[in-house]
Design a protein around this ligand. Structure first.
Ligand code: PMP
Length: 750
């Protein structure tokens, strides 16, 4: 190498130090003639290297020492063709840019602003510059080619990490892809990371490595610059703002560009972590490749907690555009009531006006990120990309009904039934929990040839006529029709309130109910209950209760129904289905809510025997029940629960949550009880030792938590139980946020 440098560039007394490099092998060259960088490329890069050199010459406004200028060889050429160990190579000698890398210093706002201005100035100088060599480049690191790195996502080992990049790729498809062709295009540096940028004090003074320069959307330049500027920062947006400000001053941005910036940044991050995941496998020891891995993931995980509208408005503000405005929640609600009956109640004193959501976060119109510690329907997380993709794919292929044959029905039925004991081997698909409970009661009555139903106090099972009849929570409450004929009420076997406490409570409650069953013996078609009574205020059934009640019901010819609409699909952490907690197997199971992660699916699962009794000649048909789209979605939900280990997460995070709540309970007398299982939790608030319910406090806390961007609900006969049943991807950090806000409110309101 030294000989080549002497022969072609006349350099003497050379010492070489190897530097990191991607396509080229790089050396620092110290010689009598000065310090340089030697880059050795494969022959195939010749045209590219030439184009890059021309591009650098375009930036001649920059002082010589601040950019890697080409050094001509003895023949006056800027590249040198050589043969090294029988390989055709090209050499390129460039000036060594002295200075401190931005990566090595703390970033002040002044420096970030200067970074934006420096890059903006480059882009202004390049906006109308054309260079066919650069234009012909087709590089993987061009955000236009995001699909190349997207294919590498499978190399990300953790499903829970993969879902994040899949989510942002999905956002790219929705927000960026349709707009790409209308964006301004120009040649951009395309890699202003802090190991490529040089600083002097608070001022950015130089940039190196035009190896990724490409002809692409100009706004990608800012997106990339901002992405790196946010690495390792506690408040990423606060670090992004000065960069955007500085850039805009040099090169004014368009609204249409800023509208996409949030998604472009996410796209660049995803590109980075996908590429690294693959490279890590291939070259586990290459530090240069891994340099951005940890901060990339860190930022991606923060990015999902930032409302896209908030980011957009901050970017608007930075450049002096007016933020987007919306009608107030009150105005929206008023308008809604003109066309939609107010019988559809709206949660919280200050209703939520939502724009979008991702996993356990909901984004409102005004830019808040709301931690969803409440909604159990988006079981695997709001807008989970696998669920969305499954639905989109199937919707684009076939959607029909069970009168025809198609594979998704069979596949899903088998997958779902594999989660049940062998005896439960027939499934009916419907579109809601209500339709499922309605059907379950029909099955029970037909099979048993009886009409009476034993229902659980404070239980809720659905909104149909039959659903209301079996839902004590509805028929006994305000506006309810009262108890129907043939309905027998079971006292809720709770151990916090109620008649019996302690180890024997379940047996004592069961004994009372069995006496009632015996009085009606031979007339009872079935018994229905949730394993933990949600609307009753997350009340678990006392131990041994179901073990004693189920046989009593069966002995007189009835069937046992478990409503798993809320408790199923791993939510309880310890078990996949709630009934498993009690060591019983029901005859009929009702499924809904989480089954489709928000897509309307419900199901009844039962035994062959009961299904046979129902199959009496009259067809059962549901227009939408079991349609291929619903089946594909339901199937994807089961896959995600398994892939992401969500039942285990529910157990671990749920136990952590309960432990934190118990600590609060020891500090605050108003917390009477903390109960539940996994991420299905109830916190009962009381006024005194007589367990006087503190409905006011529960409601105050619910509404104040909402005002602090945390969602929980209240329920129970006195509406004094705070309920939390979040998406199962809820994390311990999320729990910490809930506990932090909850404790503050308890201190204020206690
Ligand atoms: N059963 C239970 C336990 C429920 O919580 C619900 C809904 N809250 C239903 C049935 C009815 O489901 P859907 O609203 O889907 O009709």
């Amino acid at each position: 190498m030294k000989e080549l440098l002497l022969n072609h560039y006349g350099l003497e007394n050379i010492s070489l130090t190897k530097m990191e490099g991607y396509i080229s092998t790089n050396y620092r060259v110290d010689s009598d003639q000065g310090r340089f960088v030697l880059k050795v490329y494969p022959q195939s890069e010749a045209a590219d290297v030439l184009a890059e050199t021309l591009l650098i010459q375009q930036l001649d406004y920059l002082p010589q020492q601040l950019i890697s200028n080409p050094i001509k060889n003895n023949n006056g050429g800027i590249i040198t063709h050589v043969t090294i160990e029988n390989d055709e190579k090209i050499l390129r000698l460039i000036t060594f840019v002295e200075g401190q890398f931005m990566a090595e210093v703390k970033h002040s706002n002044e420096m970030l602003r200067s970074l934006g201005a420096f890059i903006g100035e480059i882009d202004r100088n390049l906006i109308s510059y054309r260079n066919t060599g650069i234009k012909a480049r087709n590089i993987d690191w061009d955000l236009q080619n995001i699909n190349i790195s997207r294919q590498l996502k499978e190399h990300i080992p953790e499903a829970a990490d993969r879902k994040l990049v899949e989510y942002f790729f999905m956002q790219w498809d929705q927000h960026v892809y349709p707009k790409i062709s209308s964006l301004r295009k120009s040649i951009i540096h395309n890699d202003a990371n802090d190991w490529n940028v040089l600083v002097n004090g608070d001022q950015v003074c130089g940039i190196i490595d035009f190896g990724d320069a490409t002809y692409s959307a100009t706004i990608f330049e800012l997106a990339i610059t901002v992405t790196y500027a946010m690495f390792g920062k506690d408040d990423p947006i606060a670090s992004a703002i000065p960069v955007v400000e500085g850039y805009h001053e040099e090169f004014p941005l368009l609204k249409s560009e800023l509208d996409l910036l949030y998604y472009l940044i996410a796209g660049r991050l995803c590109m980075g972590v996908c590429t690294t995941a693959k490279e890590k496998k291939l070259q586990p020891d290459n530090k240069y490749i891994l340099i951005s891995e940890a901060p990339g993931w860190d930022l991606l995980k923060k990015w999902i907690t930032i409302n896209p509208s908030f980011a957009k408005n901050q970017f608007y503000k930075a450049v002096g555009f007016e933020p987007s405005t919306f009608p107030s929640e009150e105005e929206v609600l008023k308008k809604r009531h003109q066309s939609v009956s107010p019988i559809f109640s709206v949660s919280y004193k200050k209703p939520l006006y939502l724009d979008s959501a991702a996993f356990q976060y909901m984004y409102d119109k005004t830019g808040n990120t709301i931690l969803d510690a409440y909604n159990n329907i988006p079981h695997v997380g709001h807008q989970h990309p696998k669920i969305v993709a499954a639905g989109q794919r199937q919707m684009g292929q076939l959607n029909t009904n069970t009168r025809y044959l198609y594979d998704p029905l069979q596949e899903y039925a088998e997958k779902l039934l594999s989660k049940f004991p062998d005896a439960l081997n027939k499934v009916y698909f419907v579109n809601s929990g209500s339709a499922a409970s309605d059907l379950a009661i029909r099955l029970a009555k037909r099979h048993a040839q009886k009409q009476q139903m034993v229902v659980m106090e404070h239980g809720y099972h659905g909104n149909t006529k039959q659903g209301i009849d079996i839902s004590h929570y509805k028929y006994k409450s305000k506006g309810g029709p009262g108890q129907s004929e043939g309905i027998i009420e079971a006292i809720i076997p709770g151990t916090f309130r109620g008649m019996y406490k302690g180890q024997n409570a379940g047996a004592l409650y069961a004994k009372d109910l069995i006496e009632t069953i015996n009085r009606n013996s031979g007339d009872i078609a079935g018994f229905i209950s949730e394993p933990i009574v949600g609307c009753g205020g997350q009340v678990p059934l006392a131990k041994d209760y179901l073990k004693l009640v189920y046989p009593a019901i069966r002995n007189q010819g009835g069937v046992c129904i478990s409503d798993e609409v809320q408790t199923g699909f791993g939510r309880l952490g310890s078990h996949f289905w709630g009934y498993e907690m009690y060591g019983v197997v029901p005859d009929i199971v009702i499924l809904g809510k989480p089954m489709g992660n928000g897509h309307p699916i419900g199901a009844v699962v039962t035994t062959n025997e009961i299904a046979e009794s129902f199959n009496n000649g009259m067809e059962f048909f549901s227009s939408f029940g079991g349609n291929p789209v619903s089946c594909a979605i339901g199937s994807a939900v089961l896959d995600v629960i398994d892939e992401e280990g969500l039942q285990k997460n529910s157990l671990e995070v749920g136990n952590y949550f309960m432990a934190q709540l118990s600590t609060l309970q020891n500090k605050f007398n108003c917390i009477g009880d903390v109960r539940g299982s996994g991420l299905f939790i109830g916190i009962e608030l009381i006024k005194d030792d007589n367990l006087t319910p503190d409905t006011f406090l529960a409601n105050t806390i619910k509404n104040e938590l909402r005002n602090r961007n945390v969602l929980v609900s209240t329920d129970g006969p006195y509406d004094n139980v705070i309920k939390s049943k979040p998406p199962l991807c809820f994390s311990k950090e999320n729990v910490d946020q809930v506990i932090f806000e909850f404790e503050k409110l308890l201190v204020i309101n206690h």
